[in-house]
Design a protein around this ligand. Structure first.
Ligand SMILES: C[S@@+](CC[C@H](N)C(=O)[O-])C[C@H]1O[C@@H](n2cnc3c(N)ncnc32)[C@H](O)[C@@H]1O
Length: 213
């Protein structure tokens, strides 16, 4: 099935790469990887961010639903897969960090995605998010334009996003906000039950779903 980004894949790096460069540097700094970190760039597209992590972390994995975007990655050290982030093909608690760069507002099933991120992260794992911010006027305009000119998107505001993550046991560690977007770094608080936080709002259902031992 053709995905929205399939048709822009060959031009994506040329159009977006230069525009994103400064933000990607800031994201690398915020994530501050160690050489042992196993990182997932979810919705990683052509690998703009993943390439910057090469040599800074242990392993970098990239998952994207668009085969054409993934085809542009072309770097053997980035472990790529084609598939949806809402049913990510990795084991529980596999990653030290997950990155969602300019992805979240492209996904309709956002709660499923956040549950999946939660499942994939090790205790104390980090989540780095780069997103358009519905709390800002320019963010709302950017969201509308994207829906009008390209494909339907589902932006969120920074405050609402924080609340959704807190409910899943994430703590905000750092943030950079500007007139239209935010970059945030969260840490998954782990008390007991492995990667599952006792503060998770729906713990009883998730105990089965995430196969806690
Ligand atoms: C704007 S691009 C961002 C690409 C990359 N993260 C970056 O910063 O350059 C959004 C990406 O999210 C991917 N995407 C959208 N929905 C997805 C889903 N459910 N699962 C995985 N990837 C998805 C798209 O195919 C696209 O490559």
């Amino acid at each position: 099935m053709v995905k929205p980004f399939d048709r822009v894949a060959p031009y994506y790096d040329r159009w977006i790469g230069r525009f994103m460069s400064g933000r990607l540097d800031r994201m690398v700094d915020l994530l501050s990887c160690t050489p042992d970190d196993v990182v997932l760039d979810l919705g990683g597209g052509t690998g703009l961010f993943a390439r910057r992590l090469l040599g800074r972390c242990g392993e970098i994995h990239l998952l994207d639903e668009s085969s054409q975007m993934v085809e542009q990655v072309r770097h053997g050290k980035i472990k790529t897969r084609v598939g949806s982030g809402t049913v990510a093909p990795y084991p529980d608690r596999f990653f030290d960090a997950v990155v969602l760069s300019d992805v979240f507002h492209h996904i309709r099933e956002q709660d499923l995605l956040l549950d999946e991120v939660f499942r994939l992260l090790k205790p104390e794992g980090r989540l780095l998010v780069n997103e358009v911010d519905l709390d800002r006027v320019l963010g709302r305009i950017a969201g509308r334009l994207e829906t009008l000119l390209f494909t339907r998107v589902f932006p969120t505001g920074f405050q609402h996003f924080c609340t959704r993550l807190e409910k899943r046991g994430f703590r905000l560690v750092d943030e950079v906000r500007d007139s239209w977007s935010f970059i945030g770094l969260w840490k998954l608080e782990a008390y007991s039950l492995g990667g599952l936080s006792v503060s998770h709002a729906e713990l009883p259902e998730n105990v089965d779903r995430f196969q806690v031992q």
